[in-house]
Design a protein around this ligand. Structure first.
Ligand code: KIV
Ligand code: ZN
Length: 526
């Protein structure tokens, strides 16, 4: 008998924790809308207590969404209350709270004497904390998920106790994360089987799994868990997430679909939206999908060798277990040009999954005309970049008004920038080791601010010598890193824009705070 598997998408929470992925609120809203179109069952929209930007994004997604919206909270009252505050207007809110349960985590995080002397006492403290957290979350909403962080390395007897306790407290979903991606598929499957056998109230909750990909086993572990009784899988688009990422949504959904003959499970996902969703997430996060990535990589349906091509011509099934069209890959490239009108552009953007407002459409149309003037043919990937980097910009404190660079063989690279804010315009010049370095130095001099540049990458978005270049710059300040992206047919300009955007992110972050006033959570601008 075919059974439904729930897809819990955590692209906007765990996925956003990928090094270098930072999404602004507009991009998150677009992704959430696209995930709804993809028909995932749950969207985990963020970790509201962690920053005002996270709170705001979860709230705005919750305010407009029909899908279940989950918000993450540690097993702390402030986290849980903040999570619910962000979900207050959600049609279907879910609070997702978690405690660490493996000995390594317990000793590492709660080594402090106040949590008890022995490991046994510490474990009991965690049990009580987990119960209290779920019970407190239940005072706000009926749908509460509990996760046992690092369940993959948790003693199975203790894991059974924690899960039973969470269900007793009212958890309706219990999540078993392989937080460090340490398990083997057979081992992880057996854990789920054990939980089903040993936890006496397990029938009262949905078993969920959340697998990380440190050994490249996240999808295999998730499928093995399903074969042993899990009914919800947590995953991310393109498999992005902490370190090596999470189980990839598209791989899970397609594995269950293509091999329905052996597992007999199905999801309600609209698989024809997979490709657009992947492209949107990659465009907004700046995390490029590897060409050989299953389902959504550029080469996923490419047949290079003569024998394969010959086989494909005779019968596609020789080397193809699913068609590119089934996951929404459009093999005919649609090209727009200077003479394409606003309507044509709007229709194409809608087909690609974007729904800009009339005001944003006008902005993107102007940029499109500018680009079409420079490079004649505008491809889907160009449009995605225009939407990603140019349209959904947050309010920026500083804008690059002007950039002039002098560089070449035998000259000292020099850059002049004019930067505009609401209050003033600043112009500065500086030299550097190359044109990019000179531009960064000039920006630093103008703003009197010199962050640590953690990484800097440039890539070409489409093919051809007039392709758009995209630059991604990550800067760090203590524990926090901030990413900026910029695009232009001129890569020096793209780099300067990206650097300034990263600095803007940092400055905005330092200017906001979450505070409680009369028991109400507010976002304070300093
Ligand atoms: O990997 C993990 O354990 C998590 C939990 C918070 C669910 O992301
Ligand atoms: Zn995780």
């Amino acid at each position: 008998m075919s059974e439904r598997i729930l897809i819990f998408d955590t692209t906007l929470r765990d996925g956003e924790q990928s090094p270098g992925a930072s999404l602004n609120v507009f991009e998150k809203l677009e992704i959430a809308r696209q995930l709804a179109k993809l028909k995932v069952d749950v969207i985990e929209a963020g970790f509201p207590v962690s920053s005002p930007a996270q709170f705001d994004a979860v709230k705005r997604i919750a305010d407009e969404s029909e899908v279940i919206i989950a918000a993450l909270a540690r097993a702390k009252e402030i986290d849980i209350k903040t999570a619910f505050d962000s979900l207050r207007n959600a049609k279907k809110p879910r609070i997702h709270t978690f405690s660490s349960t493996s000995d390594i985590h317990i000793l590492g995080k709660f080594g402090d004497a106040k949590y008890g002397e022995s490991l046994k006492e510490k474990r009991n403290t965690i049990l009580k904390m987990s119960y209290d957290a779920v019970a407190y979350a239940k005072t706000f909403c009926a749908d509460v998920e509990f996760s046992a962080e690092d369940a993959g390395r948790t003693d199975i007897g203790y894991l059974c106790d924690v899960i039973e306790t969470a269900i007793d407290a009212g958890a309706t979903t219990v999540n078993i994360p392989d937080t460090t991606g340490y398990n083997f598929p057979s081992e992880f499957g057996s854990k789920i089987e054990e939980l089903k056998k040993r936890v006496k109230n397990i029938h009262k909750a949905v078993i969920s799994v959340h697998c990380h990909n440190d050994l490249g086993l996240a999808v295999a572990n998730s499928i093995s868990a399903v074969q042993n009784g899990a009914r919800q899988i947590e995953c991310t688009v393109n498999g992005i997430g902490e370190r090596a990422g999470n189980a990839s949504l598209e791989e899970i959904v397609m594995a269950l679909k293509v091999r329905n003959d052996i597992c007999g499970y199905y999801t309600q996902t609209d698989i024809t939206e997979i490709y657009n969703t992947s492209k949107m997430v990659s465009g907004f996060t700046g995390i490029v999908v590897q060409p050989n990535k299953a389902i959504v990589g550029e080469n996923a349906f490419a047949h290079e060798s003569g024998i394969h091509q010959d086989g494909m011509l005779k019968n596609k099934q020789t080397y193809e277990i699913m068609t590119p069209e089934s996951v929404g890959v459009n093999k005919t490239k649609i090209v727009l040009g200077r003479h394409s009108g606003r309507h044509g552009l709007k229709a194409r953007l809608n087909e690609l999954g974007y729904r800009p407002s009339e005001e944003d459409l006008q902005k993107v149309y102007d940029l499109f005309l500018e680009l079409a003037d420079k490079k004649k043919e505008v491809f889907d990937d160009d449009l995605r970049i225009l939407m990603g980097d140019e349209i959904y910009r947050e309010e920026e404190l500083y804008e690059l008004e002007y950039l002039h660079v002098n560089s070449g063989t035998g000259t000292i690279p020099t850059a002049t920038v004019k930067i505009k804010s609401k209050e003033k315009e600043i112009q500065e010049s500086c030299t550097g080791d190359g044109p990019v370095d000179a531009s960064f130095n000039a920006i630093e001099r103008a703003l009197d601010f010199k962050p640590v540049v953690e990484s800097y990458n440039v890539r070409s978005v489409t093919s051809g010598r007039q392709a758009l270049g995209e630059a991604i710059v990550r800067i760090r300040d203590g524990e926090n890193s901030f990413t900026g992206r910029g695009t232009s047919t001129d890569i020096i300009e793209a780099s300067a824009k990206a650097y300034l955007q990263a600095i803007n992110q940092f400055l905005l972050f330092s200017k906001t705070n979450l505070e409680f006033e009369n028991d109400e959570l507010i976002i304070k601008k300093n």
